[in-house]
Write a protein that binds this ligand. Structure first.
Ligand SMILES: Nc1nc2c(ncn2[C@@H]2O[C@H](COP(=O)(O)OP(=O)(O)OP(=O)(O)O)[C@@H](O)[C@H]2O)c(=O)[nH]1
Ligand SMILES: [Mg+2]
Length: 333
């Protein structure tokens, strides 16, 4: 529970009146309503950030619990996001760095964006196009020692890539160091630091630092200073969620980090569908592709022919042949 003694003193009188009713509320519906009222009475400034954050978190928990109990009769964490597409990315960072802006601009999701910190209180996944594949990007509540749910780190352990966003217009280095400290304390180890943290139980996840608000050339110097202080071992990239500066490069880096290849299936005697690749881990073989296509192909495969990485178009290859990004494959059973 929030320690009411630590509350800021500059709250309007109606806040305390509603708070009394909230404490006495008997049903979750009543609590939701009164929490919403309570939040709307809090003036927006730095001194009230944490109070607002705490109340919004409680509100979202109450709502979530209510919705899920109605649907399934049991409580499921909103932090367990079903994976969709070629990879799952968790976008994390301090409050107000621009996480929701990026997710709103680049995916089909529409999380709330606001100039006030602590806006996002639920993980919100959206799908982003990377060339001709789709990847999942999860907008998340701000990383914060006090206000983060334990499930936040469970979500990060499951991710294929963590995008750690920092604000180049603020103290980006402190934001990065503090965020990474929290990850490591919670046994989520950025891949570039894996050698220093070999303890059992640690989960190593690739991480890319995004320096956001790199809107135009005037931000270049901020980024250079950040890079110099961050050191050469830190994978980072400056971007702007608003002007889209460097966003294509970001997508290229994400694709590279995912370490996947796109394979196009050519039905026997037909043209391949080049708009719908199968996505496999780099290093996958014909046999692994067959398994993804259909079990029948895996079990009864007679011949496989490859266009692309083979020595010549339509070359017959073995089950163990290692495929490359962009290959067209025809399997026959
Ligand atoms: N100049 C500039 N402003 C940005 C950029 N991206 C986001 N902003 C602004 O930064 C503020 C915060 O953006 P949000 O997307 O709500 O930030 P957030 O990280 O989701 O914030 P929380 O949900 O509180 O953690 C808004 O006023 C945005 O318009 C950017 O690339 N450049
Ligand atoms: Mg947000």
């Amino acid at each position: 529970m929030y320690n009411f003694l630590k509350m800021p003193t500059n709250l309007p009188p109606e806040y305390y009146a509603i708070e009394e009713r909230y404490k006495a509320a008997q049903t979750p519906e009543e609590q939701v309503e009164l929490l919403e009222e309570l939040i709307s009475t809090i003036p927006k400034h730095k001194g009230t950030d944490h109070l607002r954050a705490d109340l919004r978190r409680r509100l979202s928990k109450l709502k979530e619990r209510g919705a899920q109990q109605k649907k399934t009769g049991k409580v499921v964490s909103p932090y367990i996001v079903d994976k969709e597409g070629a990879g799952q990315m968790a976008l994390i960072g301090f409050a107000n760095v621009g996480k929701s802006t990026l997710v709103a601009e680049l995916t089909n999701a529409a999380p709330e964006v606001s100039p006030h910190p602590f806006t996002t209180w639920q993980p919100t996944p959206g799908m982003m196009a990377l060339e001709n594949i789709q990847v999942q990007v999860i907008d998340t509540p701000p990383i914060d020692r006090e206000f983060v749910e334990p499930e936040f780190y469970v979500m990060l352990r499951r991710a294929d890539l963590i995008l750690l966003m920092v604000d180049l217009e603020a103290d980006a280095l402190t934001q990065m160091n503090e965020s990474i400290r929290l990850l490591v304390e919670n046994r989520v180890i950025p891949a570039h630091l894996a050698d220093a943290h070999p303890e059992p139980g640690n989960r190593v996840v690739p991480l890319l630092v995004l320096g956001n608000k790199f809107d135009d050339e005037s931000a270049d110097e901020n980024y250079h200073i950040f890079c110099e202080l961050a050191g050469p071992g830190t994978p980072c990239l400056p971007v702007s969620a608003v002007t889209k500066r460097n966003i294509e490069e970001m997508k290229r880096r994400i694709f590279e980090t995912l370490d996947v290849i796109r394979i196009y299936a050519k039905p026997f005697g037909e043209d391949p569908d080049l708009s719908a690749p199968f996505v496999l881990a780099r290093g996958s073989t014909v046999e692994q592709f067959a398994l993804q296509l259909h079990r029948d192909f895996y079990e009864n495969l007679k011949t496989a022919r490859v266009w692309g990485s083979a020595d010549f178009d339509g070359q017959q290859v073995s089950r163990e042949y290692v495929l490359q990004d962009g290959d067209v494959v025809e399997l026959k059973i």
